[in-house]
Every structure is written in structure tokens, then in C-alpha cells.
Design a protein. Structure first.
Ligand code: ARG
Length: 576
């Protein structure tokens, strides 16, 4: 059930009956309970066309609109809003319909092919906090899209190619004389540092590194073998992180930069042939007048360097052509930090000019802000180094384990370790997911691990509370007959929220904004707590019908929380 779409369609019908079928039908959720559950705001915008007062227009719309089944009351307010109070009978019926539905009434959307490019770490180094947001947000978006019936093609566009690999391979080839690759590369950060020191200081090393790049790019067999060893181990490091994070990426999703190497010359040749790329000081560039600076100089987008080398941009054009052509993507979503926004804007303009993407296919860069330390500066270790993801996640589990041990005294050591794991990882993921992705956010252990507020532990705990009601009642949710009646305002609020799940995940899928789902789940859990306080379930004086109805609402809360958290990649627990 998508209440929003339902209301919009009813108002559209009313507007058509009033001979203004083209008019917008804006419906929003009401900000305060006095204003009902939803609000229609379209009357004001029609004043000019209809040459009438907005309130009079609202009056006519209110008379025309067919909402008898859905609403208990419509009222005109302020300059011409129509406040919609949803009917308790209708809401109760809707809740009954979805009580035993594993999809909770959420309909599949018309299927699209959606390519999601996320995580995409650079393999020259170990995954660090900079890759956390893209990995977590991307994985949540992917899960929501799949739940809504889309065909999602994950693309892990790993940075496994380019000049820095020359340096790393030169260093690796020396090390292999007395070590196996696994040991030499056991710590990628150290390895990178060593190589860099040699590159900067050792005579002849930089030249060898450059030779390696050339050999690698031209497919030299020995060089490729060495490179494969390197990236193989580096991929294993990322997999360790994926595993700890419980994200859905696998090796099959890897389509790194190297996969486009064979196509880069074709892209440049094609752009030249179409007159889109031109030579400028020995390089091949595209001038983009749409993105001119203040003086009117067009932006310059380089696709081949003067020495013949290709760039990040060339690879992204090849990737775009592959995704919209071979993978037939209706949408391509790319999750990287906001600093790459200009790059993707330019890539889209150039790619569209070249016809690498058809007009109806969308190309959406989904930028996000940075993760900051408590000092408001980029998140670093105490000594100023980059924070390795593996270490960060281990710390989360350890901190959560300690907290849980202090709080609960009836868990076995085995349960404790499972809870610590799920709460710790959940907290890190949720802290990230719950922030509007476009803003920077401050990483803070205490807030993310708090059992109060919009956090994973709060939601996980709320879920266990609902489950414990069923344990105490000695009833399985699946055994509920499911007659629901809504009598108290808290029951009404809860039912409206339950009905909004589909609407919410629709927004997440459209805008790649998991925080919308987080806010919703937090509101739902809080509404449940108020409901449970005001509407007793297990007390002796509660009659059977009321108890059964309230249990049905609680069961819906539990399954919605569980489904919502699962979509966010956060595990639930039965007890904690
Ligand atoms: N490897 C890049 C980085 O770490 C991200 C790649 C994103 N995807 C892309 N198609 N460019 O910044």
C-alpha cells in the first residue's frame, strides 16, 4: 500500500473532473497530528488559472475528491490546505491484509535494470574509512532496489590499474626473491610505504617503476602475472572487510578499471571521429562549453595525455558505454564522495554527446560527504595516519561487546559474542546510513553505540522488546487471527506509520537515500514505545479481542523493523 500514491491519484481524478487535468496534485505528510495525516496543497497553485480564491478552490476539490473509503474527515485549513484524516476502519483493514504477508503489502515496481557502482576501492592500498560510506550506503540501496523487484547489477569498479602499480610491481618483484607474495603483502599499507620511499629516494627505482607501467599496459606476460598476484591479495583484504561488514559484494561483482583497458583506445578514436575530442598541446581533450568558467572558457576534459596515457575519465567513458550497451542499464548509480561530482557531470555530458548512453537511460552520481573526526577534520588515527577499516570494525565489535556485557546478565558467553558482533557492526553502519548522505558527519563511538536516539542499538533493542512480548504471551505471530481495531490515538499513529513503509522505500530507491528509511524506522520504534505505554497488551484487564488486535499491531511492527533493518544490512536479534 502506498498511501501517498493513492491520495495523489484520487486528487488527480478530482482535478480532472474540475477540467484541470494537468494541474499538479501535491500531497505531503502533515507536520502535526492536528493537521491530519496527510495534506493536499494544490489549491493555492490553481488560483491564477481558475481566477478564484484558493479556499474556494479547496472547497470544490474537497467536494469532488472521492475519499469516503480512506478518510474519516477532510478539512480546509489556512490559505487553502486540505487536511486529510485517515479512517481507522480503513487503516485497520489495510493492516489486517498485510499481517501475514512476507512482503508486508509492498508491491514490486515495474522492473528496471539498475547498475550500481559502489565500494570500488583502490587496490594499491588497504581499504580505509574513505570507502566505508560508499560500501554501506551502496549496499543498502542495492538491497532496497532488489526488494522492489529491480534487476540490480553490482559493479565494483576497483582501482586496479594505473601508474602507481608500476611502483608496486617493481618493489614486489624485488621482494619475491626471498618471500612469497602473501607475506610480502600481508600489510598493504606498509608495502605501499616501502615502495614509495624507494620511489622517492632510490636511484634507478623510479625508472624501473615506469618501465613496469608500460610493460603492464602493453600486456607483458611476466608483468601481468606479478600484477595478478598483487591484486589477488589486495582483493582478499577487501573481502575480509566485506565479510566483517556483512555486505553483499562478491568477486563476481568486480569489474575493475583494468577490465576496460582494451577499450580505451577505441573510446578515444571514436570521440575523435565524432569530432568530440580534439588535440590540444599533444593531448586529446573535449571542451565542454556547458561548464564554462566565469570568463567563459569551456571546461577541459582530458581523455588521453600527451604521452599517450589514458586517464580515470577515459575508463569511466568506457564503463558508461559498457553499462548502457552490454548491460542495458536503465539507470546507472555511482556512489563516490562529493569531490568527484564535477568529474561525473563532465563524463555524463561527454558520454551523452557521444551517444554512449541513450536519452532515456539515466546516469546518476550519488555524492556523499566526508567522515570527520571529533575535531571536525578528516578522520585519522591518533598519529595522523589513515584508519584501516579492518581495525575500525574490530574496535566496534569489541566496544559493543563490553557495553552489552555490562547491560545484560542473562546471556551466555556465546550469545554475548554474537550480540556484540551484530550491535558493533550495526552501530557503525547505521551511524553512516542514518545521516543525510550529502553532508559530512562526525564519527563518534559514544553516540553510535548509545541505546537512546536514532541508533542501531536502539532499533535492535526495540525489536527484541516486541519479540519479548510474544514470548511472554506465549503466542507466535503467525498464529494471530488478526482482527484489528484502532481505538487509541497511539494505535492510529502506529497504523499510519506501518502503512508508510512502501512509500518510504520507494523514496530510498528513487533518491539513493537510506537515511529516509532510518528516520522512518526510528519513528516507528518510538511510536511503538508510546503505543505500548498507553495501550497495555499483557495486563489482566485487557479483553481478548483488544489483546489480539494489539498483538497484531506489534507483530507488524516487528516484521517492519526486521525487514527495514535487513534492507539496511543490519542484523536483528531475538534477545540482547
Ligand atoms: N576508485 C575510486 C576511488 O576510490 C572510485 C571509483 C568510482 N567509480 C567510478 N566509476 N569511477 O575514488
Amino acid at each position: 500500500m502506498n498511501i501517498h500514491s493513492l491520495l495523489v491519484s484520487r486528487f488527480k481524478q478530482a482535478l480532472a473532473d474540475m477540467q484541470v487535468p494537468e494541474a499538479a496534485a501535491p500531497v505531503t505528510r502533515s507536520a502535526r497530528p492536528e493537521f491530519g495525516d496527510y495534506q493536499f496543497n494544490g489549491a493555492m497553485g490553481l488560483a491564477k488559472t481558475l481566477k478564484q480564491k484558493p479556499r474556494d478552490i479547496a472547497q470544490q476539490i474537497e467536494e469532488k475528491v472521492q475519499l469516503d473509503d480512506v478518510a474519516s474527515k477532510l478539512e480546509i485549513a489556512g490559505p487553502g490546505f486540505i487536511n486529510i484524516h485517515l479512517s481507522d476502519t480503513w487503516l485497520a483493514n489495510q493492516c489486517e491484509l498485510i499481517l501475514h504477508d512476507p512482503r508486508m503489502g509492498v508491491a514490486a515496481q515495474p522492473q528496471q535494470n539498475v547498475v550500481v557502482d559502489y565500494s570500488s576501492p583502490n587496490l594499491a592500498k588497504e581499504m580505509h574509512v574513505g570507502h566505508l560510506r560508499t560500501t554501506i550506503i551502496g549496499d543498502a540501496v542495492v538491497k532496497v532496489l532488489e526488494f522492489l523487484g529491480h534487476k540490480v547489477i553490482r559493479q565494483n569498479h576497483m582501482g586496479d590499474w594505473g601508474t602507481q602499480f608500476g611502483m608496486l610491481l617493481a618493489h614486489l618483484s624485488d621482494k619475491l626473491e626471498d618471500q612469497v607474495a602473501e607475506t610480502a603483502l600481508s600489510d598493504l599499507e606498509d608495502f605501499y610505504r616501502e615502495a614509495k620511499i624507494r620511489f622517492d629516494n632510490e636511484k634507478g627505482f623510479a625508472d624501473r617503476a615506469r618501465e613496469y607501467v608500460v610493460k603492464l599496459q602493453s600486456g607483458d606476460e611476466k608483468c601481468i602475472t606479478l600484477w595478478k598476484q598483487f591484486i589477488d591479495i589486495s582483493i582478499t583484504h577487501s573481502e575480509e572487510v566485506y565479510d566483517k561488514l556483512n555486505v553483499s559484494l562478491t568477486r563476481a561483482d568486480i569489474m575493475g578499471e583494468s577490465a576496460y583497458n582494451h577499450d580505451l583506445a577505441n573510446v578515444v578514436a571514436d570521440l575523435k571521429e565524432k569530432g568530440i575530442a580534439v588535440e590540444d598541446q599533444g593531448a586529446q581533450v573535449v571542451f565542454i562549453p556547458e561548464l564554462a568558467d566565469k570568463e567563459g572558457n569551456p571546461a577541459v576534459y582530458i581523455v588521453q595525455k600527451s604521452g599517450g596515457g589514458y586517464l580515470y575519465s577515459t575508463t569511466d567513458l568506457a564503463a558508461m558505454r559498457y553499462r548502457s550497451g552490454k548491460l542495458n542499464a536503465d539507470r546507472t548509480l555511482i556512489l563516490t564522495d562529493a569531490r568527484q561530482a564535477l568529474h561525473f557531470k563532465q563524463t555524463e555530458i561527454v558520454g551523452r554527446k557521444a551517444g554512449y548512453i541513450r536519452p532515456e537511460q539515466s546516469y546518476e552520481h550519488c555524492p556523499f560527504g566526508m567522515m570527520l573526526g571529533s575535531d571536525g577534520r578528516p578522520f585519522k588515527t591518533r598519529t595522523g595516519g589513515t584508519v584501516k577499516l579492518v581495525e575500525l570494525l574490530d574496535e566496534a565489535v569489541q566496544r559493543a561487546g563490553k557495553l552489552i556485557a555490562e547491560r545484560s546478565d542473562d546471556l551466555t558467553p556465546l550469545e554475548l559474542s554474537e550480540v556484540g558482533q551484530k550491535v558493533g557492526i550495526g552501530a557503525v553502519k547505521y551511524a553512516d546510513l542514518s545521516k543525510n548522505r550529502t553532508t559530512d558527519y562526525i564519527f563518534n563511538w559514544d553516540t553510535m553505540l548509545s541505546f537512546e536516539g536514532n541508533t542501531a542499538p536502539y532499533l535492535q533493542y526495540a525489536y527484541t522488546r516486541v519479540k519479548s512480548i510474544f514470548r511472554k504471551a506465549g503466542i507466535e505471530p503467525s498464529a494471530l487471527i488478526g482482527e484489528i481495531k484502532l481505538e487509541q490515538p497511539q494505535e492510529h499513529t502506529l497504523a499510519v506509520l506501518l502503512m508508510q513503509f512502501e512509500e518510504v522505500i520507494g523514496v530510498v530507491a528513487k533518491e539513493a537515500t537510506p537515511h529516509v528509511l532510518c528516520t522512518y524506522l526510528y519513528d516507528l520504534a518510538s511510536a511503538f514505545m508510546s503505543f505500548y505505554e498507553a495501550c497495555p497488551i499483557l495486563k489482566d484487564n485487557v479483553d481478548d479481542a483488544t489483546r489480539s488486535s494489539r498483538l497484531a499491531l506489534a507483530a507488524l511492527v516487528a516484521s517492519t523493523l526486521q525487514q527495514g533493518l535487513t534492507l539496511l544490512g543490519i542484523e536483528t536479534l531475538e534477545r540482547m
